[in-house]
Ligand binder design. Structure first.
Ligand code: GLU
Length: 327
């Protein structure tokens, strides 16, 4: 009796799942995918928008409708992709490395995110330290005793700020007043005199930094040097320069020395191959027009977009790379 009931329920459920999973011709066969980005004045947000636009153009062919979500940044994106709340996301290359390896100095210490998958890498990002001229900050070493936004906990930049500060002997908990606010708010806080400086790991040029340099309070980029040991220790960090031509309102006359990472596009092993294939194909087949969508993409090459990845490449992306002779 009990057994018959269980079988009965299983049949009803099975049928229901069959009905849901099999759209009739009257239903639109569209699958919605969500791409996690960052603050709307950063580069991740328009990047997600550019990718979504390319795949949405082929909605009839792929049956995919991509939407973009503004989020707290890299760490948030990795975690939301792993929990299934997001399908794709833009994530710093150092964060990708830490998440897949469960690196000790990260949010994923001892907890490797085994299902994280790489799709491609995008623009370079540099650890950018923006400071008010009246706060007498010219270099990262001048941050002692200052009020500094090091980044919200979901952001990519927070650990970069901490790494750089630690490398120059500054304890962010004791030696300064560290704030954990979203990057989108930094420019306003700096102009209002509520912080002396902020860190932002971001591609250049971008709206947030332009906004910070465009106000009444004079602003400069502080250099981040004396970090050779840090660069030697972590494979994902490399020296970088911020071209000052992008920010004519900043006080600096010369390009700014710092270090950097790369923005990367990631997903989960659980996301179906055909979706990842479609997105990868559209971005690569329309590479020249993609490059024109943001000035930070100027340096991109197809080959370069397969570098800086540490998680395994998703099989859907790999299928395209093999077809295109890129792998
Ligand atoms: N790199 C930042 C982060 O991971 C986001 C930068 C952007 O939005 O362009 O949080």
């Amino acid at each position: 009796m009990k057994k018959a009931l269980v079988i009965g329920i299983a049949l009803v459920f099975g049928f229901a799942i069959f009905m849901v999973g099999t759209p009739t011709t009257a239903q639109a066969k569209t699958t919605f995918v969500t791409i996690g980005t960052g603050g709307i004045t950063g580069v991740y947000y328009p990047t997600g928008g550019a990718i979504a636009k390319m795949v949405n153009k082929k909605r009839k062919e792929y049956g995919i409708r991509a939407t973009v979500e503004s989020t707290g940044g890299s760490v948030f994106n990795v975690n939301a992709i792993m929990s299934g709340d997001l399908d794709f996301g833009v994530v710093q290359s150092d964060r990708q490395f830490q998440a897949i390896n469960g690196s000790p100095n990260s949010e994923w210490a001892g907890k490797p995110q085994k299902d994280l998958r790489a799709v491609f890498s995008i623009h370079p990002e540099s650890i950018t330290l923006v400071a008010a001229v009246d706060a007498n900050i010219k270099s990262i070493t001048d941050l002692k005793g200052k009020r500094v936004n090091i980044g919200n906990p979901g952001s990519g930049q927070r650990q970069n700020s901490i790494d750089a500060l630690t490398a120059v002997g500054i304890d962010y908990k004791k030696d300064m007043q560290a704030e954990g606010i979203k990057a989108a708010e930094s420019a306003g806080l700096l102009q209002d005199g509520r912080i002396d400086a902020f860190f932002y790991t971001v591609g250049h040029p971008n709206g947030s930094i332009k906004e910070a340099t465009a106000g009444k309070r004079k602003v400069l980029f502080a250099s981040i040097t004396g970090i050779d040991k840090l660069l030697a220790k972590y494979p994902y960090y490399a020296k970088a320069v911020i071209p000052i031509t992008f920010y004519p309102n900043a006080v600096n006359k010369e390009d700014v020395q710092t270090f950097g990472v790369k923005a990367t596009f990631v997903t989960s092993a659980k996301v179906p191959d055909n979706m990842v294939y479609a997105i990868t194909k559209e971005v690569f087949e329309n590479f020249e027009s993609f490059k024109k969508l943001h000035p930070a993409y100027k340096v991109l090459t197809k080959k370069g977009m397969l570098e800086g990845l540490s998680a395994p490449i998703h099989p859907g992306a790999m299928k395209y790379y093999k077809e295109a002779g890129l792998k």
